[in-house]
Design a binder for this molecule. Structure first.
Ligand SMILES: Cc1cc2nc3c(=O)[nH]c(=O)nc-3n(C[C@H](O)[C@H](O)[C@H](O)COP(=O)(O)O)c2cc1C
Length: 356
């Protein structure tokens, strides 16, 4: 009933991708549990060093012999940030450091992992699926992946982005609706001009590209799956639905927030990383509305707030943590990944059968 050209190509039973979620939630246990349950588990590897990435791929392979994916952030040259802007931000952040009892104005560490080195690991490990967000890797890189037999998936938030991804050789495209949790994958226009609801985005994208489209954003159960397939998607990619599940590596305080928040709790912010992302509103986000200076661009701000996010998590204080989440929050639950997949499929089957 749920076989699509995409599930056949990927050799998976159900058209359900567990979203790659960098920063801890997508543990090897979660990725493997989803793949073992018939979906496609995806590792969010954007923040991993090449060595960590290789070890994690090996761990996943020990836990499953089913296909899985690895996701990276397409490298962006950090925009120049004026010394003055960074100094002002650092001084401002010292207020939180003081509150959390951690050292003031720490020296900045490396901005981001080397994308080329991360890609090299994915190539060497011949990972079944490689997905990416924030842009398009070079055509050579995409071709090298495909020559290794890796299925390549890009992320688009508008139809124009999807058209460019298809032209660059992507085998499938994740349509990221404005409901989606986490960072926006937007790379052509301003984020504010690229916030298209999934219901509008999927059919328009499906009409304009010939590769499979994977619907993503606010999908939490069988209703979202059936709706997405009806709109023409070949699969769904669900993130928030898995954040509080047993195998998720999200911090317990983060899980609690996911399980208790409602659909109106999120906001798109640049406060934590310098790049627009949807998360549950926190005191840090609200305070940042009144910040008089400029927020340094990604990944500079991401590095600048790291110690604060970590100290906040250590103190089980959600107010300075980044709590990325989509708008489907009321539907989140803390069951196992296999149960979430089973319930989603059972509900979708029933919906389709009841229609007949
Ligand atoms: C905590 C979190 C982290 C995320 N990290 C990534 C990532 O590393 N790479 C990526 O392509 N998408 C990432 N996303 C976005 C997801 O791929 C997907 O678009 C989103 O989860 C869909 O919306 P939903 O959370 O409402 O299901 C992340 C989302 C969340 C919630």
């Amino acid at each position: 009933m749920f076989e699509t050209s995409l599930t056949r190509k990927l050799n998976i039973k159900y058209p359900i991708f567990q979203a790659p979620m960098a920063g801890g939630p997508t543990t090897p246990e979660l990725v493997a549990a989803v793949s073992n349950a018939g979906g496609l588990g995806n590792l969010g590897a954007g923040y991993l060093t090449p060595k960590q990435l290789r070890n994690t791929i090996h761990k996943i392979r020990k836990l499953t012999d089913r296909p899985f994916g690895v996701n990276l952030f397409v490298f962006e040259q950090p925009e120049e940030s004026e010394e003055e802007t960074m100094k002002e931000m650092s001084d401002y952040l010292d207020f939180y450091r003081n509150e959390l009892g951690i050292p003031q104005s720490p020296a900045l560490r490396k901005y981001s992992e080397s994308f080329e080195e991360q890609v090299q690991v994915v190539l060497e490990e011949s990972v079944p699926v490689f997905s990416f967000t924030f842009g398009i890797p070079s055509p050579d890189m995409i071709q090298s992946m495909k020559q290794r037999g890796t299925f390549v998936v890009g992320t688009a938030t508008t139809v124009d982005e999807a058209i460019q991804l298809e032209a660059s050789g992507a085998d499938a495209i994740v349509a990221q609706g404005s409901e989606a949790g986490g960072h926006r994958g937007t790379f052509l226009k301003n984020v504010s001009d690229s916030l298209i609801g999934l219901m509008a985005l999927v059919p328009q994208m499906v009409d304009r590209v010939s590769v499979p489209v994977i619907a993503s954003g606010g999908i939490m159960d069988g209703r979202g799956l059936v709706a997405s397939l009806t709109l023409g998607a070949s699969a769904v990619q669900m993130g928030t639905a898995f954040l509080a599940c047993t195998e998720s590596g999200a911090h317990p305080t983060y899980k609690q927030q996911i399980l208790s928040a409602n659909e109106d709790a999120t906001e798109i912010t640049r406060a934590y990383s310098g790049k627009a992302a949807r998360g549950i509103q926190t005191k840090f986000m609200r305070n940042m509305h009144a910040y008089p200076g400029k927020i340094p661009p990604y990944p500079i701000q991401h590095v600048m707030t790291k110690d604060i996010r970590q100290a906040s998590a250590m103190a089980n204080n959600p107010e300075y943590m980044s709590l990325w989440a989509g708008q489907g929050l009321r539907l989140a639950n803390d069951q196992s990944a296999a149960t979430i997949i089973k319930q989603t499929i059972d509900q979708a089957k029933k919906l389709i059968e009841d229609r007949k």
